[in-house]
Design a protein around this ligand. Structure first.
Ligand SMILES: NC(=O)c1ccc[n+]([C@@H]2O[C@H](COP(=O)([O-])OP(=O)(O)OC[C@H]3O[C@@H](n4cnc5c(N)ncnc54)[C@H](O)[C@@H]3O)[C@@H](O)[C@H]2O)c1
Ligand SMILES: [Zn+2]
Length: 359
């Protein structure tokens, strides 16, 4: 029988996708036979993913499990401190291994913890949400938020391997699945019009397509990231929807109705598609198609106009900007992104008003 396994080579590592990835991980863990292995989880991956993992990889029965509370609000340096401390208490050394089992919060923060503990120990990512499987799993960005500002502290560093097992998605709720789907839509919009057409027609509704979707997204992201690992130019393509989206996400995290990352990015994709129409002449018909498709997948709420100023301030703070200009990745057309376009405040306010007007 052939193995259900695909391999993507990244700059310094590999991403394995398929329901047989644990065979590869099992073999890799042989290298750490006499070393301390730590397994970083949250309460949901402890419940839903650890049992299946340990059934397949017996050596992990002896791993030290470090559990944190789930949620973006815990992607902080304070939680890192607690984890570094726990690892030190358990006498982790330079040869120890950290396995991050969870969504993007666990893989981003775990990657940062491993990259800095004793100047860097090996780590493995086992992403368990759609978002982390198709996006956070590739590209070596690790880090935490600072006072609610997204990903302000971090380093680029790749895990020794990423193991993507679509079966883990079976316990993920619909809202989280759709949050990940937003990143797939982004991949399609910036790089692959055929993929956009497949996604537009609801590729996710059938579990048989999960692997296809994951592989197509990883392929797009990996191709971009291997050309430009440190985000000097091409990698900025992946920021489409994220300049306004991150500001909307940060603002919403302070309310009692926080948006998920992908939901905020969907707002960002509508507003930044409008800017693409204004600045790069993205055809009106394509703008309408993008809006119609996103409205069909996500339930949007209007942005309060008295928050616009706060959103602009957050955009100015965003790490992607040099000096006072707000830098955007926009769309030339569906399937073709273009980096380094600046928009002034009036244009951005127009985009926010446009978003409110289409709801
Ligand atoms: N490093 C990168 O390149 C990159 C790219 C995109 C996003 N990110 C980051 O990823 C984070 C968002 O990731 P996320 O959407 O995975 O969020 P998350 O890690 O908060 O996970 C979402 C929820 O799903 C739960 N969960 C995880 N796996 C599950 C499973 N198999 N079954 C049931 N529940 C499960 C988690 O406990 C959590 O409650 C953000 O912090 C974002 O900045 C990083
Ligand atoms: Zn994102």
């Amino acid at each position: 029988m052939t193995k259900d396994l695909k391999i993507f080579k990244t700059n310094n590592s590999e991403v394995y996708v398929g329901n047989d990835v644990m065979l590869v991980l099992n073999e890799m863990l042989g290298r750490y036979a006499n070393q301390k292995i730590f397994l970083l989880v949250d309460e949901n991956t402890l419940l839903h993913c650890v049992p299946a993992l340990i059934t397949k990889i017996k050596v992990l029965e002896d791993a030290e499990i470090i559990e944190i509370e789930s949620g973006e609000e815990n992607k902080t340096i304070d939680i890192c401190y607690q984890i570094w401390k726990t690892m030190a208490d358990y006498e982790a050394d330079r040869n120890s291994l950290l396995i991050n089992l969870g969504g993007g919060v666990i893989t981003d923060m775990g990657g940062f913890i491993a990259s800095t503990f004793k100047r860097g120990i090996d780590f493995v990512n086992i992403p368990t949400t759609l978002l982390s499987q198709i996006d956070a799993s590739v590209g070596g960005k690790t880090g935490v938020d600072l006072d609610g500002l997204k990903n302000m502290i971090g380093v680029f560093n790749e895990p020794i391997g990423v193991f993507v097992c679509p079966d883990f998605l079976k316990t993920l709720d619909k809202r989280q699945m759709m949050s990940g789907y937003a990143e797939a839509l982004k991949h399609a919009l910036i790089a692959d019009a055929d993929y956009w057409n497949d996604l537009k027609n609801g590729m996710l509704s059938d579990g048989n397509y999960w692997s296809d979707l994951i592989c197509r997204s990883i392929e797009i992201k990996n191709q971009i990231v291997t050309q430009d690992p440190k985000e000097k130019k091409e990698r900025k393509l992946l920021n489409f929807g994220h300049t306004i989206g991150h500001a909307v996400e940060t603002c919403s995290l302070k309310t009692d109705a926080p948006l998920l990352h992908g939901e905020a990015i969907a707002v960002g994709m509508i507003t930044e598609s409008f800017l693409s129409n204004q600045i790069l002449n993205l055809p009106e018909i394509e703008l309408k198609e993008i809006v119609k498709t996103l409205k069909c997948f996500y339930k949007f709420n209007k942005l309060e106009s008295d928050k616009f100023h706060q959103l602009l301030e957050l955009m100015k703070n965003d790490k992607k900007n040099s000096r006072d200009e707000i830098n955007f990745t926009l769309l030339q057309k569906i399937g073709e992104g273009s980096v380094n376009h600046s928009a002034d405040f009036t244009q951005i306010i127009d985009a926010l008003n446009y978003y409110n007007s289409i709801l």
